[in-house]
Design a binder for this molecule. Structure first.
Ligand code: HEM
Length: 176
């Protein structure tokens, strides 16, 4: 596929790195919720927080990259509803991949436990508060459900194009 039709290599690496991290975050998020209180649970939560903050930073980086190097145009033959849906889903991804880590961070900020990023302690600016903690935890759980829904739409769209012969849409993000 020619360079003009595909995403840049940087955009492709950022995309697949985000996919890996988001899969790990869902796995960890569900796994750690069932763990008994103790050091192992603490380590898993700390890992979840660090990976989540990494997704936040990567998403900012992806946004910057996208503004600098706009993605290749969608094929003109694509029905209007499909290109609108694809663009809407992409925007929602950016919103959710920024909001979800922020909500997780806010919920953690109202617990007695400190948040570290790759071992570095982030500033403590709130006192433990069970009501705020519960509020942001529920929003974080709702954010996870919304993200799952958007992922399902995105994967269904990609799969339906990937299965069609001669349709190069998926190869824009997977050159090999
Ligand atoms: C894209 C980023 C993120 C995703 C996809 C994600 C996803 C999840 C999921 C699926 C759960 C389990 C929810 C449930 O039990 O139904 C969870 C729980 C949790 N997340 Fe995240 N998360 C992200 C970022 C973060 C960040 C940045 C932090 C904190 C700095 C964080 C803190 C937490 C905590 C503390 C819990 C446990 C809540 C509890 O059960 O008390 N998350 N996350």
């Amino acid at each position: 596929m020619s360079d003009a039709l595909a995403y840049t290599r940087t955009a492709i690496v950022l995309h697949w790195l985000t996919v890996l991290l988001v899969c790990a975050l869902f796995g960890l998020g569900w796994y750690m919720g069932d763990l008994p209180k103790g050091p192992w649970r603490g380590e898993m939560i700390a890992l979840h927080k660090s990976l989540g903050i990494t997704v936040f930073l990567l998403t900012l980086g992806r946004g910057y990259w996208r503004l600098r190097y706009p993605p290749p145009a969608l094929p003109a033959a694509l029905p209007v509803w499909q290109s609108r849906l694809a663009q809407g889903v992409q925007r929602l991804f950016y919103v959710l991949l920024l909001a979800q880590p922020l909500l997780g961070y806010l919920s953690s900020s109202f617990t007695p436990y400190k948040t570290r990023y790759l071992g570095l302690q982030l500033p403590v600016w709130a006192a433990p508060d069970p009501v705020f903690n519960e509020f942001f935890t529920e929003l974080h759980e709702a954010g996870a459900s919304a993200l799952l829904l958007v992922i399902a739409l995105h994967v269904a769209g990609a799969a339906s194009h990937g299965l069609r012969q001669g349709d190069n849409l998926v190869r824009r993000m997977w050159r090999w």
